[in-house]
Write a protein that binds this ligand. Structure first.
Ligand code: GDP
Ligand code: IMO
Ligand code: MG
Length: 458
């Protein structure tokens, strides 16, 4: 069967930890979208691994697949594989021939576009990894695919077509001098050909490229369990998120089918697990109706709400939860749990179960709030509206829960759900009721043993 892991909020919900936990019963773990904008943390035998491209399961000897819906920067991929090998692991990673390649000019264009937008405070706050520009080229039918790196003639032909266009964008649209950029070779056909053809040779030598759909279908035919690891989250999904403050792919469950080549029926007949952080964090720009606070001047898109109790609470939660971007190190904006957001996410992906993480981070607070509904133009809304302009005008109607104490979380995890403090149970049960979905796992700490497991999806 398949188990699909989907971020229900704005990314960084603790997907990596849950993939790691449930991935034990999987034979193959496949990413279906995104690229090295992801930052998934896995703690294994006391060692912390921060992965941006290698699927989390590869730490534990599973076959990791980067599906056709991913965008792959081979520099990052091989760096990550080499680093894992240096740490004594031997990750088995396969990459879809249909996946698109992030080239050096994509990263530069990502940066230039953000710089220009930031002059009017309109930047998205991207991770700067070239994700948007690569998906643009994919949709624009001028992308370079992983399979193209294996064929020198095709690679050269693709580069000769696309690179002059990129040069023209930099020079004629943005008025910049390529020779004055930090890496002029990023716009040089010969230099690109040489470096990326070499990556192609390594992909070939290590037999890493696959037809992802066929590969995964064959694994299933052999009775293997397949886990589909989403990156990012529903509210930064390009279709179902708060456009334009989104990433350029589909982290939602539909993306698991298009991004792997397994059919929607296959994905839908398995489990789809929504990963929920017990509060909210956001690293980029865009509205956040339940926001408590960000770091003025340091948190892109955070409009200063002034100093005060909220600011202090946000700082407390940020420090307790270690809420700094895995990829960029940026301090994350912090808010209360947003239930209208979760109702939207639950419908879009059809969650069959939830994993609720970071319950420990809220311990010790006198009270814990959730945005239960919104008010927009005098009307009460149960779920997030479709336009970002409307969402930014939504006011959250809060519900207050009595807090729960700091306890020995590893002990609670070992004993099971019944050992959870009563008020924390009330919080869990409220979420189950509102989303009409069972909570399969509860994260009470970053370590592998710090999760209460109520259900094994495989
Ligand atoms: P992902 O991008 O969704 O995989 O999440 P990240 O790895 O970017 O961020 C989650 C962070 O929270 C990591 O540092 C995890 O080790 C940590 N974490 C995950 N679950 C829990 C939890 O239940 N409690 C605490 N305190 N930390 C957690
Ligand atoms: P994981 O998988 C949180 C955000 C960026 C920015 C927007 C677009 O670790 O949960 P991009 O570089 O993708 O074009 O940036 O999306 N973003 C993430 N936020 N977690 C992530 O991944 C993210 N990947 C991208 O901050 O707002
Ligand atoms: Mg992350």
């Amino acid at each position: 069967m398949t188990v699909t892991i989907v971020g229900s909020q704005l990314g960084d919900e603790g997907k990596g930890g849950i993939v790691d936990l449930y991935g034990d019963d999987a034979d193959v773990v496949a990413r279906y979208q995104g690229g090295d904008n992801a930052g998934h943390t896995v703690v294994h035998e006391g060692e912390e691994y921060k992965l941006s491209l290698v699927p989390s399961g590869a730490i534990r000897g599973k076959v990791g697949v980067l599906g056709n819906g991913c965008v792959v920067n081979p520099r990052t991929l091989f760096d990550e594989i080499d680093t894992l090998q240096d740490r004594g692991l031997d990750p088995d990673v396969r990459v879809a021939e249909r996946a698109h390649v992030i080239l050096p000019y994509h990263r530069i264009l990502d940066g230039i576009e953000e710089d220009i937008k930031s002059e009017d405070d309109d930047e998205i706050g991207t991770t700067g990894r070239g994700i948007g520009p690569t998906y643009e080229d994919k949709a624009g039918r001028r992308g370079v695919r992983v399979g193209d790196l294996l064929d020198p003639d095709v690679l050269r032909e693709r580069l000769e077509y696309v690179v002059p266009q990129k040069r023209a964008v930099v020079e004629d649209v943005y008025g910049l001098d390529i020779e004055e950029l930090a890496d002029p070779d990023a716009f040089d056909v010969d230099a690109l050909f040489e470096e990326f053809r070499e990556f192609g040779r390594r992909f070939e030598a290590e037999e890493m490229t696959v037809n992802a759909g066929a590969f995964l279908a064959a694994a299933r035919d052999e009775g293997q369990n397949v886990m589909l690891e989403g990156a990012q989250g529903t509210i930064i999904d390009i279709d179902h998120g708060n456009y334009p403050y989104v990433t350029s792919s589909n982290p939602t469950a539909g993306g698991a089918a298009t991004g792997t080549g397994l059919s929607p029926g296959v994905v839908g007949s398995g489990e789809v697990i929504g990963i929920v952080k017990a509060y909210l964090t956001r690293v980029g720009s865009g509205p956040l109706p339940t926001e408590l606070g960000g770091v003025a001047g340091d948190t892109p898109g955070y409009d200063e709400q002034g100093e005060g109790e909220n600011e202090e609470l946000a700082t407390y939660i940020r420090e307790e939860g270690g809420e700094y971007g895995t990829v960029t190190g940026r301090p994350r904006r912090v808010g209360w749990l947003d239930v209208p957001m979760l109702r939207h996410s639950t419908r879009v992906s059809g969650f069959t179960g939830l994993a609720l993480n970071h319950l420990d981070v809220l311990a010790g607070l006198d009270e814990v709030k959730v945005g239960h509904t919104y008010t927009l133009d005098g009307e009460e809304l149960a779920a997030m509206p479709a336009t970002t302009e409307q969402w930014s005008r939504c006011e959250a109607n809060f519900r207050t829960f009595e807090g729960w104490p700091e306890v020995d979380w590893a002990g609670v995890a070992a004993e099971g759900y019944e050992a959870l403090p009563e008020n924390a149970k009330g919080y869990v049960e409220y979420i189950e009721d509102e989303l009409d979905t069972p909570v399969y796992a509860i994260g009470v700490g970053p370590g592998r043993g710090e999760t209460i497991v109520r259900e094994h999806p495989f």
